[in-house]
Write a protein that binds this ligand. Sequence first.
Ligand SMILES: O=C(O)CCC(=O)C(=O)O
Length: 313
Amino acid sequence: MALNPPGPPTFDRPFPALTPAQRYHFELYGYTIVENTLDADEVARLKEALYRLRTAIQQLPQRGPEGPRSGGAYFLTDREHHHFMANVLEADPEITAYATHPRLVSMAEEIMGSEARITEMNAHLNRREPDKTLDPQPKYGFHRGADIPFFCHIREGLFHCAFVKTLTNLTDLGPDDGGTVVVAGSHKVDLPAEQLVQVAYEDRSLIHQVVAPAGSTLLFAETLIHATGQVRSDRERAILITGYGPTLFPYWDDGQLSPSFSGRIPPQLRPLFQGREHWTRGPRYRQLTDPVDARGFGLGAWDERPATPPAPG
Ligand SMILES: O=C(O)CCC(=O)C(=O)O
């Protein structure tokens, strides 16, 4: 299949997508939380899609990657209290809409400093383990998915990272609801993760946890050390995550999208799903004080995203 040639952005999206304050927060801590990226109706549509998908996978004779799968998706973790659904990009049009949401794509782009392609997509539905004693000083499964010297650079005085995630909670997250935890500021500290985690356990004020209403997005660089938080309430947490990289990166969830799905991708979304040929990456940079492009963009229908309007004049 011929790859998409280099060129300007092909579908309409805001830029910059973050306010200066949100961008500065990211700069300091390696993440920012943007509330109300999705409205209540959009949250409900996505939550229903995830529950539908879980039920569909549960009904399969094999639920793991060996298949058969439900729209490509399977359980990477299949436990009573935790369903980690992998490769969900094609599994439901609502889920696909999330990955192509113009503001979320653009938020990732301004952190990368380049045009985005989708590299992976997954979801977690998790609750408290009923028989597990809760540790008041829990140890988390801290990790980072990218190293600083290879993935990061500075431009216009701002930090950029070539692997970024948008993680949106579809359930309200209070302090006991297991929101993602991060070692604040670790996105730009090029030391072994074990050392930074050790320091953070010595002073837990360095560990920040997502506490946010449903429909909020945690935007973070994958050099930031992060983990699932500890659920202490009786509520199930539902989150949906898209990973983005520059257009020269591969789609690494499963190698490639199915031919039937690929055949339905409209031209303006092809670079987002398929990347582009060559080393070009479509630089996208802002100044810190550039005002946010506050135009409204909704979840909408993934295959009806408007193309980029022609440049004025
Ligand atoms: O479950 C979470 O909150 C964190 C997910 C995570 O670790 C990841 O996407 O790499």
